[in-house]
Design a protein around this ligand. Sequence first.
Ligand code: GRF
Length: 224
Amino acid sequence: MNSSESKPESVTSQKKNIVVLISGSGSNLQAFIEAQKNSGFNGSIKAVISNKEDVYGLERAKQANIPAICIPHKEYSTRERFDLALANAINQYSPDLIILAGFMRILTPDFVKNYKGKLLNIHPSLLPKYPGLHTHRKAIENGDKLHGTTVHFVTEELDGGPLVGQGSTVIQANDSEESLNKRIQTLEHKLYPYIAKLFLSGAISLNEDVVYFENKQLEQVISI
Ligand code: GRF
């Protein structure tokens, strides 16, 4: 092609680099693997990194021809050393976006500060309700009417960063943790790539712990 021919914007624009961190089955990773096939999704997964060996998420990455890297946290004497190794691996891929998708490690403040504004997490509750573990159990035991999942920017506070998007479902009388988990995961697989797509297009950003949507402060979380 000579310089006088120009391609349409969508073809010439460079896709943004995504690194996905996992610790388990990687069903959210799979949703991203599918999403990146879509031409409107301006990102490409450059690597998948797990802190656990033999997890199915690594297999999913290999099947999609994405570098699948394992950095076992057990091999590091401190959280800081592990996070340093993790950051070194991540930086090889110059990420524009780092997706925590079931990554079950608390990250050090230095790590989080370093990637602030491009580090997203998904948490299976309607944050700020139920940070931490066993969220479905807590929602059922408390007799909640609604439960859901939240995508948020990661800050030093566990499950406490600025909220971006949520999906919710009505808790039925006969719901168990398992049945609820199934519905929540279905929501996650829609919500997370959708929010990432907005981020990658430049519509969503973080500034001084405030989320902006199309250059205006986000007043209400984005709902699906
Ligand atoms: C998701 O439910 C997510 O909310 C939580 O961990 C789970 C990961 O599931 N942070 P998967 O590995 O993506 O299937």
